[in-house]
Write a new protein. Structure first.
Length: 347
């Protein structure tokens, strides 16, 4: 009689490393979660609002079967806010908008700016509100002009090709989790860039990342910026938008991760994605595909990122009240960095 095979052990740092197949599952789960919630909203608001039931059913089926525009998540969030406020006039407008056939269409990867003629009526406003979601830190973004959009798209192509060659697992994760890259400028910047907005992502614009393209002039920098933002999307998808910690959002902490005091959930996010940036930089440095100048620049930036992570880890370890999944995710990142990042050579 033979013994049953022992279960395959989980590789070290598995929750930290990018994984394209896992990202596909996370995307499917996020869309299914929205469909479930939206179905409940449709049922609950029948007494107050009207919409064709066939259109509602078709939208739920689309969410479960394929990627849709990130704006669907944003309009849903606005609809829920209007219903809680018992603003049924606004809720009716949002519901009527949400069930239009355009929002059921399968979407492909694209690089855009804040242009309603491309995104859809009122969608640029959704992105602005999604980015400016912290009452203590105001963020103002605006569209880039045609020249900057063309430059940004070309640079995005270069960065994406670089990631495909040096980090195919990260390239696959980006493809699964961020099919819409929105290039913007920080509207508060005048002259030289300030310490303001670099990029953002939110569960309520699922599938999109917003990047300040005026700060990106090299393919290596944009590649790391994509690794950063998609790291956030991965965390958001892993928890379906829930925090990684139980700390009260009003608690603010000073750390090497941000110039301004931030809630602990934000610091845990920042720390995890900083480790992802180091991972990406390690892959580039080991690839042999960088120029001498690129190699030198990435090496210097990698050293700064490693120091910031190491300096901030004790604060997080001491003060974060992790959820179970939050602890697993952050510990995987912390342990990977603490082990000298040696695991990157195996991944």
């Amino acid at each position: 009689m033979t013994n049953p095979a022992a279960p395959t052990p989980t590789p070290p740092y598995a929750l930290f490393w990018p994984n394209g197949a896992r990202a596909v599952q996370i995307d499917q789960r996020a869309r299914a979660s929205l469909a479930d919630s939206l179905g409940s909203v449709f049922d609950a608001c029948r007494a107050h609002l009207t919409a064709d039931e066939a259109d509602q059913t078709a939208l739920l089926a689309a969410l479960r079967s394929h990627r849709v525009a990130p704006a669907v998540f944003g309009v849903y969030a606005d609809l829920v806010d209007a219903l809680f406020a018992e603003d049924y006039t606004t809720a009716q407008e949002l519901l009527s908008r949400l069930v239009q056939p355009i929002w059921r269409e399968r979407v492909s990867a694209r690089v855009v700016t804040l242009d309603d003629t491309v995104l859809g009526a009122g969608v640029a406003g959704l992105y602005r509100r999604g980015v400016d979601d912290d009452p203590n830190t105001s963020v103002s973004i605006s569209a880039v002009d045609d020249v900057e959009l063309a430059r940004g798209r070309a640079l995005h192509d270069e960065a994406t090709r670089l990631l495909r060659d040096v980090a195919p697992d990260l390239h696959a994760e980006i493809a699964a989790l961020a099919h819409e890259t929105v290039l913007v400028r920080d509207a508060s910047e005048v002259g030289e860039p300030s310490i303001g907005f670099d990029g953002a992502s939110t569960f309520y614009l699922w599938g999109a990342v917003v990047l300040n393209i005026t700060r990106q002039q090299r393919r290596t920098g944009l590649a790391v910026a994509l690794a950063h933002e998609v790291g956030h999307v991965y965390l958001l998808g892993s928890t379906l938008g829930a925090p990684l910690v139980d700390n009260d959002p009003s608690e603010r902490y000073v750390s090497p991760l941000r110039a301004d005091p931030r809630p602990m959930d934000g610091l845990v996010h920042a720390s995890f994605v900083l480790a992802r940036m180091i991972w990406c930089q390690d892959r580039m440095l080991a690839s042999g595909l960088l120029s001498g100048a690129e190699q030198q620049e990435v090496c210097a930036e990698r050293a700064l990122n490693h120091a910031r992570f190491t300096d901030s880890a004790p604060l997080i370890s001491s003060h974060a009240r992790f959820t179970d999944i939050g602890r697993e995710l952050w510990t995987a990142a912390r342990d990977w960095v603490a082990d000298g990042c040696a695991a990157s050579r195996g991944k």
